[in-house]
Every structure is written in C-alpha cells, then in structure tokens.
Design a protein around this ligand. Structure first.
Ligand SMILES: Cc1cc2nc3c(=O)[nH]c(=O)nc-3n(C[C@H](O)[C@H](O)[C@H](O)COP(=O)(O)OP(=O)(O)OC[C@H]3O[C@@H](n4cnc5c(N)ncnc54)[C@H](O)[C@@H]3O)c2cc1C
Length: 473
C-alpha cells in the first residue's frame, strides 16, 4: 500500500513518523528544499495546555492529547521541551468572569491542575508584571518546545523507519486512475493508493486537487525576538485574555533562552505574506505593555511573522476526502497545531485504518538522538569530543557557540539542512545577537563543500532565495 503525504511541516512529519510503524510504502513530498519551512518555523513555540479550545472540538481533544504525547515523545526523540506552565493574566478593567469560564472550559476539555491565582499570589510568584494585573489562570501542563527540532526529529525518525522524503518537490496535479492516484510533481510522477493532505496554508489548493473545497483564511502573526541578555526573563508563558480569533499578545520564553513578544492576528489575502511592519509591531508592543511593567524592546534582535491556516468554522478540518476516496484532508491546522501534531497523526492513522488494513512492522526504531552541542557540554566532555573530532573545537558562530562539526552534522543527517536557514534551525548559527553577521559567510562555504554547490546555488530559505548573484559583466 503506497501513501503520499503532502507537506513536511510538523503535521506532515508527525503523520509520516506515526505511519512509518506500519507495513506501508510512504513518500513525503515537500515543495521547499527541506522540512520545516512553512508555518512550523514561525510560531510562538508553546505546548498549549488545551483550556482555550471550544469543548467538543477537534482542537480541544487533539490539543490535550498532543500535550500528553509530546511529553513522552520529547524524551524518545530528544526534542527540547520545558513544562514551565502558563498564566492567563487579567487586568482590573477586564471582565473577571472570563477567567472562571476559561477554567471551566479547560476542565471540560480534560486539562488537569488549573488554578486561579489572586492578585497577591500572581505578583508574588511573578515579579515584574503590570500593577494592573489582578488575577491569573495557571495551567501547569503548558510548556515551550522547539518547533524546528520537533519537526526534524519526527522526520529523521520517519526516515529511519523507511519513509522516503522528497524535498524540492511540489505537487502540481492529481489524477484518479482506477483505484490509484497519479501525482504529478515538478520532480516526477508517483502512483499511490492514498494521499494525505498536510500542506499547511497550501492545504486549500491541495484539497481542490483532490476534488474537495476547503477554504483557508491566512492569518498573519508578527513578533519580536529578544536577545538572551534581556533585562528581565519570565519563567512562565504569559497570555492576556484570549481574543475572538487568537490567544492575544504573549510574552514567551523560548527553550533556547530568548524571549518572544507577539503575535498579531491579521487576516491577509496572500498565504505568502510574511512581511513585518510598523503597525503590526506597534500592536505587539501595546499588548506587551498590558502584561509586563518594563518591556525591553531595545533588546530586539529580529522581527518575524508566521501565517496561520485558519478556516471559517475555526476548527481543524481532519476528514476523509469526499472527492477522492481513500484520501485524507488535514487542513485548517492553525494554533494549536504544533501542540496537537502527534495527536493529529494518531487520528489520521485511525481514519486510514478505517479505509485499509494497517499491519504493524516487526521492528521499529523508536529513538533518535539530537545533534550534540559543544556549548552545553561540560569541559571534560568538550575536550574529549575535540580529541575525537578537532572540528568540534572550531567555533563558527560565536553568539551561540556552534562548532563546524555541528554544522556538518546538520547537513549530513538524513533529511538534513539544504539552506542557510535550515542550518540555523538545526544547530542555531545566526540565531544570536549578530544574526549571522559573523558566521553566515562561513555557513555558506560549508553548505557548498558538503553539497557540492556553487556560490550561486546556495539559498537562504525557500525556493528562489538565492544569496549570491553573478554580475553579468
Ligand atoms: C503566529 C502563529 C503562532 C502560533 N503559535 C502556536 C503555538 O504557540 N503553539 C501551537 O501549538 N501552535 C501554534 N501555531 C500553529 C502552528 O504553528 C501550526 O498549526 C503548525 O505549524 C502547522 O503545521 P503544518 O505542518 O500543518 O503546516 P506547515 O508547517 O506550513 O507545513 C506545510 C508544508 O506543506 C508544504 N506544501 C504546501 N503545498 C505543497 C505542495 N503543493 N506540494 C508540496 N508541498 C507543499 C509547505 O511548503 C510546507 O512546508 C501558531 C501559528 C502561527 C502562525
């Protein structure tokens, strides 16, 4: 039985990993040069507790289950995850009953350990909040995780269990041929029995290729990323009260020690609109000022934005295709799609098992190791590593202390980095204060060496993002 999964974001790779445990022939198609180049690379990186989603919705069920699964999977696959808890903060001027409602909603969704903190408790536990903050909903099971590492971990584990990954391969059309489907891409054709559409903001288009109609409403979110040396770090994820279509502006610590301020929630026409602008960032700053007393916007090292693939109904659209029997739509995966990804994968496996018999493989690889970072090793470990591999002692990125050996491994791993941005997301050169000013030219050289590329072939991110141009003289 041959299956094509379209899209190698967190959702497509989680599905690939889940199905790789069964006796199936799986191909994973990705338009961009590598995995994690869509929404999965641009979000708040929160493992949501699950109190916010409407009870009874797919979002509610899969968020709570995904949170539970991520705690196990993070250990198996070396995914950086910290269960730090989150706080929804209310202010004197807010309607306080909303917090009680949110707690009830969370309990209906099965979220455990929710507590309401009064003014005294919240200010005692979290110094540095605005004076106007008067209560909070504490969710102990919420956390932060690295969405890049999670996607790469799922991908590497799927490949280890036999999935065939096809980057730089855009699905262009689908033809039904008796009981099979012929997939035409810009890198050849594939005959498959089932198609799983996990194309993120492109899922509306892929759904139409399958004969279904799913409207995707792109909703952009803009952010500030703050330096690790920010004036004040907060232990918890801080939210305001949720808004109609978003969780509002947040202050979020990242697993790597940075802080995020954002996001906005702006409906856009274009799924590729990743611009940041003055109005959006000013909105973020106003939102942050309602939560914390002294925002440190001077510590900003980067602005970025991500695009949510929302649907008019507001829930995930995970369903069997009506237009193409045997195929599955995994569309409308906006927030909390990252948190829900492993549960979405489980659900897709259940839907698939209703259409075809799934037999478990006799042997499955469950574990995957991350790329060791010389920066976080003890001096003894570091010395031993450098004895064994002198390139571990050659530091390319001084901000994040990333060695040449790590950069090579990021490229050499199965489904490895093909772009400067991909190396950055795997081992962090360019993520620090200088944002690649020092190391970027060296990363380009290593990509050239490892992948036999000319300078003009090296890409910053996705299709067409060439970094060098030869002069036409
Ligand atoms: C601002 C913002 C904040 C968020 N914060 C959180 C959060 O804190 N926690 C949380 O749980 N969730 C959060 N989310 C949601 C989460 O990021 C998404 O739900 C998740 O990343 C969606 O993953 P995906 O795999 O469906 O999509 P993507 O990561 O976009 O992957 C889809 C892939 O499909 C590929 N593709 C598309 N069309 C084709 C084609 N024709 N052929 C081949 N490949 C194709 C694309 O190139 C892309 O790589 C947030 C989202 C945004 C935008």
């Amino acid at each position: 039985m041959k299956i094509a999964i379209v899209g190698a974001g967190i959702v497509g790779t989680a599905i690939a990993r889940e199905l790789s445990r069964y006796q199936l022939d799986i191909i994973l198609l990705e338009r961009e040069p590598e995995a994690c180049m869509g929404t999965s690379k641009s979000n708040s990186a929160i493992l949501h507790g699950g109190f916010d989603a409407v009870p009874g919705s797919l979002k509610a069920r899969l968020n709570v289950r995904g949170n539970e699964l991520f705690h196990e999977i993070a250990k198996e696959l070396s995914i950086p995850l910290k269960t730090i808890g989150s706080l929804v903060l209310t202010r004197d001027c807010d309607d306080q009953s909303q917090l009680v409602e949110l707690k009830k909603r969370g309990e209906m969704n099965g979220v455990k350990g929710l507590e309401i903190w009064d003014r005294e408790t919240v200010h005692e536990k979290v110094p540095g909040l605005c004076d106007t903050v008067c209560s909070a909903l504490y969710s102990p099971g919420a956390g932060i995780l690295c969405p890049f590492q999670a996607t790469f971990a799922f991908l590497e584990n799927a490949i280890a269990n036999g999935v065939s990954f096809h980057p730089d391969t855009e699905l262009l059309s689908i033809e039904r041929q008796e009981k099979k489907y012929l997939l035409k891409t810009d890198r050849g054709e594939f005959h498959v029995d089932h198609v799983i559409n996990a194309a993120g903001t492109g899922a509306g288009h892929v759904a139409s290729l399958l004969g279904d109609e799913i409207e995707i409403i792109p909703r952009k979110g803009q952010y500030r990323v703050l330096d690790k040396g920010v004036r004040q770090k907060f232990h918890y994820v801080l939210f305001g009260l949720p808004e109609e279509h978003s969780k509002g502006v947040l202050v979020v610590p990242t697993v790597h020690g940075n802080t995020l301020y954002g996001p906005t929630s702006e409906i856009k026409e274009d799924i590729h609109d990743h611009a940041t602008d003055v109005e959006g960032i000013a909105f973020v700053d106003r939102g942050v000022r309602k939560l914390i007393a002294r925002p440190d916007i001077a510590s900003t090292i980067r602005l970025f934005s991500g695009v949510r693939a929302s649907t008019p109904g507001g829930d995930f659209r995970i369903e069997k295709s009506k237009g193409s029997p045997g195929c599955i739509q995994v569309a409308g995966i906006d927030s909390p799609g990252l948190s829900a990804a492993p549960a979405i994968a489980e659900y897709v496996r259940e839907l698939l098992s209703e259409m075809t018999e799934l037999k478990k493989k006799d042997t499955v690889i469950h574990h995957r190791e991350g790329i060791p970072s010389v920066h976080t090793m003890s001096s003894k470990q570091r010395n031993e590593k450098i004895q064994e591999d002198p390139e571990a002692g050659e530091i390319l990125c001084r901000c994040e202390m990333v060695s040449l050996s790590e950069v090579r491994e990021a490229i050499r791993r199965p489904g490895g980095a093909r772009t400067v941005g991909g190396v950055k997301r795997r081992v962090r050169p360019g993520s620090g204060r200088c944002q690649g000013g020092f190391c970027e030219s060296r990363i380009i050289k290593v990509l050239q060496e490892e992948l036999s590329l000319s300078e003009e072939d090296v890409r910053k991110e996705g299709r067409g993002s060439w970094m060098m141009r030869r002069r036409d003289d």
